[in-house]
Design a protein around this ligand. Structure first.
Ligand SMILES: Nc1ncnc2c1ncn2[C@@H]1O[C@H](COP(=O)(O)OP(=O)(O)OP(=O)(O)O)[C@@H](O)[C@H]1O
Length: 250
């Protein structure tokens, strides 16, 4: 589904990603861990097409197409979804309006007609219930005045409605209390499928207690310095990052 080869990325004059290689197949969950400032968010932003990141080398193929050639909105319509570390507030635009517009944009891109208003309402209410959100959040402006945890839950709601193929979760667990973490994890687990892949950026093993990754990668100094299975996250929790991070000289 996603093949990243020797990806190098600069922000201004500074090289942030120094040759990332990652192969992600449909059905897999990959966790990316690593110390602060190692380049995790940079990687997720580059995949989503955020401006300000200069790809200086390497390639990113998504479902056989060059992802880096696609405009951010095309990436979204092709099924790439980024749940932001800091979800943006959109004053004046209701949550339900945004969800419907986003879903219809994807449907139109794939040659489908607009979703029926009643069907959409049924779908959205079902997902809201699943994520244990109050329906009133649907009618509030997107993320405006939402608590940190409510914003993260709202990101998962968007994901549940849009049903992307590649879901990138950037520190979705930060700011969540333990109950919210479980709800969010259940939301993610309910979306697990053989034709969908997840990249989860996280600092803590805690999230991985609820969402079992197939692979764990450690990003340090802009490179993946170690990869392993779910047990690697436990080892990191116990030993910290220094024992792996020094395997590559910055
Ligand atoms: N717009 C920018 N201008 C200057 N430096 C930047 C910019 N964006 C990222 N960087 C730098 O790139 C490095 C990697 O940042 P990034 O946010 O990707 O790290 P991270 O691994 O996600 O960190 P954290 O765990 O703290 O969220 C940092 O040193 C950061 O200061």
């Amino acid at each position: 589904m996603l093949s990243i080869k020797d990806l190098t990325v600069n922000v201004g004059d500074k090289q942030i990603l120094k040759g990332i290689n990652l192969e992600i197949k449909a059905g897999e969950i990959h966790a990316i861990m690593g110390p602060n400032g190692s380049g995790k968010s940079t990687l997720s932003h580059v995949l989503s097409g955020k401006a300000g990141y200069d790809v200086t080398g390497g390639s990113v193929m998504y479902q056989g197409k060059n992802l880096l050639d696609m405009m951010p909105e095309i990436r979204a319509r092709e099924g790439v979804f980024l749940a932001f570390q800091y979800p943006v507030e959109i004053p004046g635009v209701s949550n339900i309006y945004l969800l419907k517009a986003a879903l219809n944009a994807i449907r139109k891109y794939h040659g489908l007609s607009e979703v029926d208003a009643m069907d959409f309402l049924t779908l959205v209410k079902h997902k809201v219930k699943l994520l244990e959100m109050d329906e009133k959040f649907l009618y509030r402006a997107v993320n405006e005045g939402f608590s940190g945890g409510e914003k993260k839950r709202n990101e998962i709601l968007q994901m549940a409605i849009l049903e992307p193929k590649l879901c990138i979760l950037d520190e979705t667990d930060s700011g969540l209390d333990i109950d919210a973490l479980k709800v969010v994890a259940e939301g993610v687990n309910s979306l697990r499928s053989n034709d969908r892949a997840f990249v989860m950026i996280t600092h803590y093993q805690r999230l991985l207690d609820y969402i079992k990754p197939d692979f764990v990668h450690v990003l340090a100094h802009g490179q993946i310095v170690k990869s392993g299975g779910a047990e690697l996250a436990l080892e990191l929790e116990e030993k910290g990052y220094s024992w792996v991070e020094n395997q590559v000289v910055a």
